[in-house]
Design a protein around this ligand. Structure first.
Ligand code: PBG
Length: 321
């Protein structure tokens, strides 16, 4: 009889035949940086995750570096918003200040910026509004300005999350034309219109004031379309392709892994974090175990890189083991 249990008998044989392993090297840790001073506000639906101002964020960055997490993904929360999100390309905006602060004080920490408008627009949409919808091509013009401004401030990588068509090509061209040919782009290539972003929108105050994001983010029903989206980003020159959210979209992660020879990232989003935290707080699940199991599932699905609010907690466990 074929006995699969022979190779499961002890921890050491299980170690030898283990196919996938998580590592601190896999993680990117998102950070919420708010304009102002003395800010350290816990996000109610994301226990353990705070919004920081630049004068309070050092202890968080010290921890990230001590845990050997390679990279952070920055989200800016500006003190003023307007129709177009003009603060996004202000060379002295909160994002640009944050990039300069981190690169000066933590030069080896890899700084990735989220390039979007929804935290900066008064209506909460990811671009310029015309006729009650986001105008794709008008948004691309502003996206180029924002991208170059992040690059000038010293970002190591830029990551557009707005799901505008042609975003990667526009960014690549504007970076190449301004002396940043070596700056990589991580595409939020396959990003779904998901209910799992709820806690994030509360965290950065970016919920749309009318309508929703279904005219630019993908329909959760679609799988083949994900390959098409990723193909566009790949051909336009994205260096890394991302799937978002992660847990409900493991099939998409595997599709990308099988079809593209680029590093594949996934974004383990806010709602996925909150669900585990909430159930663990109630004592309904073992929070640490479920956290590691879900991160591992992303790796097994094919993610080379995992963007996760669990990065510090998981890193602590991995360094212990
Ligand atoms: C902005 C953006 C969102 C997230 C990352 N960038 C929210 C959205 O599209 O509404 C979600 C991150 C998370 O839920 O953790 N475009």
């Amino acid at each position: 009889m074929f006995r699969t249990r022979r190779l499961r008998k002890t921890e050491n044989i299980r170690r030898l035949v283990r196919e996938n392993k998580l590592s601190v090297d896999d993680f990117i840790y998102p950070l919420f940086i708010e304009e102002g001073t003395g800010i350290e506000t816990e996000i109610p639906s994301m226990p353990g995750i705070n919004r920081y101002s630049l004068d309070t964020i050092s202890k968080e960055l010290d921890e990230v570096v001590a845990l050997k997490i390679p990279a952070v993904l920055l989200f800016g929360i500006p003190s003023k918003k307007d129709d177009e999100g003009t603060e996004t390309w202000n060379d002295n905006g909160i994002m640009q200040q944050a990039i300069r602060f981190i690169k000066k004080n933590y030069p080896s920490l890899y700084v990735i910026t989220d390039v979007c408008f929804c935290e900066y627009t008064s209506h909460g949409h990811c671009g310029v509004i015309h006729d009650n919808d986001v105008d794709n091509d008008a948004t691309l013009v502003n996206l180029a300005k924002q991208t170059v401004s992040h690059a000038k401030a010293g970002a190591d990588m830029v990551a557009p999350s707005g799901m505008m068509d042609g975003a990667i090509a526009m960014m690549r061209e504007s970076l190449d034309n301004t002396g940043f040919a070596n700056l990589p782009i991580m595409g939020y290539s396959v990003k779904y219109a998901s209910g799992f972003y709820g806690p994030f929108r509360e965290a950065v105050d970016s919920a749309p004031s009318f309508g929703d994001r279904r005219t630019y983010q993908m329909d959760p029903s679609n799988r083949d379309e994900g390959l098409r989206e990723a193909t566009f980003d790949d051909e336009e020159g994205a260096d890394i392709l991302m799937v978002k959210p992660a847990l409900s979209y493991l099939d998409i992660i595997r599709d990308l892994k099988n079809n593209f020879d680029r590093p594949i990232a996934c974004y383990n989003v806010s709602g996925e974090y909150s669900m585990i935290k909430a159930a663990a707080e109630k004592g309904w699940i073992d929070g640490e175990k479920v956290m590691m199991e879900s991160l591992l599932s992303m790796k097994r699905a094919g993610a080379d890189i995992i963007i996760t609010y669990f990065a510090k907690e998981a890193a602590r466990l991995l360094l212990k083991s």
